[in-house]
Design a protein around this ligand. Structure first.
Ligand SMILES: CC(C)(COP(=O)(O)OP(=O)(O)OC[C@H]1O[C@@H](n2cnc3c(N)ncnc32)[C@H](O)[C@@H]1OP(=O)(O)O)[C@@H](O)C(=O)NCCC(=O)NCCS
Length: 176
């Protein structure tokens, strides 16, 4: 009996590390600064058909007092993703989220969204909304996995290429 328990305790850490890749890595979530923009742009240019410019990010960071941008970095790989949220009264809006291609499906975007939601709740938000290209199945699946529901479609919202937007919404609770 004790022999079996000891055996399980011996292999448990190995099992956890293999099953949950995130446990292999130390990471931190912190506010984005202009010094991060080279690395952010490296991800941005590969993640979006119509990427924001470095100037757009710099202006957001300098002047938009309602905006909060966070980066997630690991000890091993540096910045692997980032998120931006605007918090205006009870409504918050996710304006950007991206994870480097080689780092996807490891739970990083979920961590980023959790942090952005926490910030939004702290600023008094009751709902969080966003728009996504209708063809962006990965992002829609991601948001739905995080409790968002589609509420509207905006015709021709996007250009380059022209496309409708799907609007998604999640109602926040104090424990979000
Ligand atoms: C959308 C995006 C941010 C997701 O990042 P990610 O770090 O891979 O997401 P996570 O690992 O946190 O995924 C959490 C869950 O979301 C869902 N999900 C994420 N990507 C998915 C995909 N490609 N297909 C299906 N479901 C997906 C899954 O349920 C996943 O859990 P699982 O891996 O245990 O199955 C990433 O694909 C990306 O950067 N895309 C390009 C930029 C973009 O489209 N941003 C959103 C614009 S609105």
């Amino acid at each position: 009996m004790w022999g079996r328990a000891e055996e399980i305790l011996r292999v448990l850490p190995f099992f956890l590390i293999v099953s949950f890749p995130m446990l292999q890595k130390d990471y931190c979530l912190r506010p984005m600064t202009e010094d991060d923009l080279d690395k952010v742009m490296h991800i941005e240019l590969r993640a979006f058909p119509a990427p924001w410019t470095v100037l757009a990010y710099a202006l957001e960071l300098r002047h938009n007092k309602d905006a909060f941008y966070m980066v997630l970095e690991t000890k091993q790989e540096g910045i692997v993703g980032y998120i931006g949220v605007w918090c205006i009264d009870e409504v918050s809006q996710i304006v950007r989220v991206a994870v480097g291609k080689e780092h996807r499906r490891q739970g990083w975007a979920a961590r980023l969204l959790e942090k952005a939601t926490h910030i939004a709740v702290g600023k008094g938000a009751q709902v969080v909304t966003l728009e996504v290209r209708e063809s962006n199945a990965a992002a829609i699946a991601f948001y739905e996995s995080q409790g968002f529901s589609p509420i509207d479609r905006i015709k021709g919202f996007y250009t380059n290429p022209d496309e409708d937007a799907i609007c998604l919404l999640k109602t926040l609770s104090m424990s979000s």
